[in-house]
Structure formats: C-alpha cells, structure tokens
Write a protein that binds this ligand. Structure first.
Ligand code: A5P
Length: 231
C-alpha cells in the first residue's frame, strides 16, 4: 500500500497487514484495530471491498473510524452487534505463548473491549515485536481515571514499576474514553498473569495493556515472508 521498501520495519508491517486482510470472509463483522499496522489493514480491506468483499467494521478508536469512513467502509458499533466474528489489531510485544502488550497507540481500552467481543483475535506484528518475556522493550500502558490519578500512580509504583503519565506535547494525553495513560516501566514480566490481576484490582485503574490468552492467531511480518502463529 505504498510503503517504501527502504523502511524494513514498515515493509514487514505491510506484509503482515496484507495477509491479515485475507482472513476476512464475506459477511463478517470485523473489529478494526488501531495503530500504523491497523491503518495498513484498513487500507487493504478497502481494496478488497472495492473488489466486492462485503463486511462490516467495528472500529477500536476514533482515528480508525475516521480512516475507515474516509475509505467508505461499512461501519457499526458493538451497540449494534455485541458479538462479532473476528478482530484484527496490532500489538507492541508478543511473547511465545501469544500473550501481548498493547496500548502504545493509546487505544487499549476500546481495543480490549472489541477484542473480547470477537470469536477470534488476529494480531499483526513485524518480527521486532516478538519477545521472550513481555515488558522486555515496551512499558506497560495502564489507562486510569484522571480523578485522583496521583494516588493511582503511587499504587501502581508500589507494584514495582516507574509510572510516567503519557503526554501529548505539554498536555496530558487523553484517551478516546477521556482517561489518562500511565506508562509503567516494570522491565521483563516473569509472571504477567499475577501483575495483570494486581493492576486490574486497583481503584482508579480502568484497564491495562496486557492481553493474556486472547490472541488466537499472530501474523508475523518477516523480511521475506509472513509466519502464522496459532494458539
Ligand atoms: C494501539 O493502542 C496499540 O495497541 C497498537 O495496536 C500498537 O501500538 C501497535 O501499533 P503499530 O502497529 O503502530 O506498531
């Protein structure tokens, strides 16, 4: 979709997105992820729609909704369809058990809601996102209510991380749901399930970017091919 081959990571994302677009079948309800790989997916799906594929997209962010609408894709919300067939999204890290860190793009809450509504979750990544342990490269984004956020940050840091409020220029970054994102630097997480439940139990936390046992398929863009990992 017009990615210069001189950018190897972008080329691997494009390869993964083009493959993921072939997972959509006629008549499906499809959750549309957020981020740069998801944008490539939306463009590839628009191409397939022009060739006659019929499907309805459920966007996971305002940005994805705007892009999909500009390409004349048919869109709906989970209010119209509480259960959907397939969600396709990007990720920031993928571990060998296909657990994920998501949220670098700030859309983790809606992404998790749309992923949870789907029978299948397909993830598209370039190979640099594969890690032995989650947290090796990416901080863990945690979406929190602005009210009393300093106390929520202290509670998060008591779990063993340094938590930085995400900024957009000189203003706090605000999610589509009106919340802050705290990027939590834990380092490699040896027990992601334990930390996920401790974070989720904190008052003031809306949700976190650990997507555990959710992905059914991971499409990995390699320099010369795609690799399909399944659970
Ligand atoms: C958005 O909130 C994230 O979960 C994205 O899915 C993730 O950051 C991947 O983004 P890229 O496809 O831009 O790398």
């Amino acid at each position: 979709v017009g990615i210069p081959e001189s950018d190897p990571v972008a080329a691997m994302k494009e390869r993964a997105a083009l493959y993921a677009a072939t997972l959509v079948q006629d008549g499906m309800l499809v959750g549309l992820g957020s981020g740069s790989t998801a944008a490539l997916l939306v463009r590839a799906l628009a191409e397939r729609a022009r060739s006659g594929l019929r499907f309805t997209g459920i966007p996971t962010s305002e940005a994805t909704a705007r892009l999909a609408a500009s390409l004349n894709l048919q869109l709906a919300t989970l209010d119209d369809h509480p259960r959907i067939d397939l969600t396709i999204d990007g990720a920031d890290e993928v571990d060998p058990a296909l657990n994920l860190i998501k949220g670098r793009g700030g859309a983790l809450l809606r992404e998790k809601i749309v992923a949870s509504a789907a029978d299948q979750l397909a993830i598209m990544v370039d190979e640099t996102k594969l890690v032995g342990q989650l947290g090796s490269h990416a901080p863990l984004p945690v979406e929190v209510v602005p009210f009393g956020w300093l106390g929520t940050r202290m509670a998060l840091e008591a779990l063993g991380c340094r938590a930085e409020r995400r900024m957009a220029g000189d203003q706090p970054y605000i999610t589509d749901g009106g919340h802050y994102v705290l990027d939590c630097h834990f380092g490699p997480l040896s027990e992601p399930e334990a930390i996920a439940s401790r974070i989720k139990a904190l008052t003031g936390v809306v949700d976190h970017g650990l997507f555990l046992a959710m992905a059914t398929t991971v499409v990995v863009g390699r320099p010369d091919r795609v690799e399909i990992l399944s659970r």
